[in-house]
Design a protein around this ligand. Structure first.
Ligand code: RIB
Length: 328
């Protein structure tokens, strides 16, 4: 097998982040070097605890050859909350059959974790780790970009040690948290602006792609059928997500579910899952009304590209990739 891709995950562990972390640990093509956690789907402390719970579950399933260090990061956006009209909304949930169902449960099911987060602040870890890295690294960010934006602001030269930045975020014809914005970008648009201006030219895996790459219930149950406790854990999270999709975020089919962050992780070793990945010049809106809305320069002679935007994804290939990973 060719050399493993060294990756750093920056996650706000919620439900699809948890499945994405497990997928990254399962993928033989990837080597997860360390993990950063950030506020986003849930407060930082919950994202950190949830990530440690997932690591513990993965350890029990034999997925961890060695300990993977986890560094807690930002607790809040760079600047958004300083603006009254742009503050966070309530946790996304719905009342289904009399039960409050959360897209991202406050605390994921699972045993009390044994590992503890490292003491260093994740942005400082980025600076130290990348500054001394002997080979450029791949970063996969599936939450707000606050950690990376802080690190880039303090030490812009780390850009030279980042081989690829894959970001789950944004939307061209799709939105979720408001009529105009996707959640990760809405959560910290100033951080998005910082990354877009860094010269990194991130690969954006937006809602346009992740909504095409949905999984049917029959598909995800088959994918995780032979993964024991890990598979049951993933299915329980996807069941919750599926209920909320059916309730008020309909996909192309009922009884289906998005795995936004999982597609971003798979893009690191299977970029062919994404299609129409075009170099674009994009900006992020910071106003109260359009906070977090990503705008793309559509002129015939656009400004210099600062990102690659995946307009589409191959659903069948995504299902086949996950089947290969979890049925192997
Ligand atoms: O909009 C989808 C993104 O928001 C995903 O990363 C999901 O985990 C949530 O953070």
């Amino acid at each position: 097998m060719s050399q493993k891709i060294p990756v750093i995950l920056d996650i706000d562990t919620g439900s699809d982040d948890a499945v994405a972390l497990i997928t990254a640990l399962k993928a033989p093509e990837l080597e997860v070097k360390w993990i950063a956690t950030t506020w986003g789907n849930v407060p930082l402390a919950e994202a950190t605890e949830n990530s440690l719970r997932v690591l513990d579950l993965a350890r029990s399933a034999g997925l961890l050859a060695a300990e993977i260090e986890l560094y807690a990061g930002a607790e809040r956006p760079l600047a958004r909350d300083l603006h009254e009209g742009r503050r966070r909304r309530d946790r996304y949930s719905g009342l289904i059959d009399g039960e409050e169902v959360y897209m991202h449960p406050p605390i994921l099911p699972g045993r009390p974790y044994t590992q503890q987060a490292e003491a260093q602040f994740a942005p400082f870890k980025y600076i130290d780790y990348l500054s001394s890295a002997t080979e450029p690294q791949t970063i996969i960010a599936t939450g707000p970009l606050t950690n990376l934006a802080i690190a880039l602001s303090l030490e812009p030269n780390i850009v030279s040690k980042i081989k690829e930045l894959i970001v789950m975020g944004g939307g061209y014809q799709k939105a979720n948290v408001t009529p105009y914005a996707e959640a990760n970008f809405w959560n910290d648009p100033e951080a998005v602006a910082c990354v877009l201006h860094s010269g990194l030219k991130p690969l954006l895996v937006p809602l346009d792609a992740t909504h095409e790459a949905y999984l049917r219930e029959s598909e995800y149950r088959e994918i995780f059928a032979n993964s024991g406790e890990l598979g049951e854990f993933c299915c329980a999270l996807l069941e919750q997500r599926q209920k909320l999709h059916d309730l008020n975020q309909p996909l192309a089919e009922p009884q289906a579910v998005t795995l936004h962050d999982v597609l971003a992780v798979c893009a690191a070793f299977a970029p062919q899952l994404l299609s129409d990945c075009l170099e674009v010049h994009c900006q992020i809106c910071l106003s109260a009304q359009a906070n977090g809305h990503l705008v793309i320069d559509r002129r015939e002679n656009p400004a210099e590209a600062n990102a690659r935007f995946a307009y589409h994804a191959d659903r069948a290939a995504f299902v086949a990739t996950l089947t290969r990973l979890f049925q192997a």
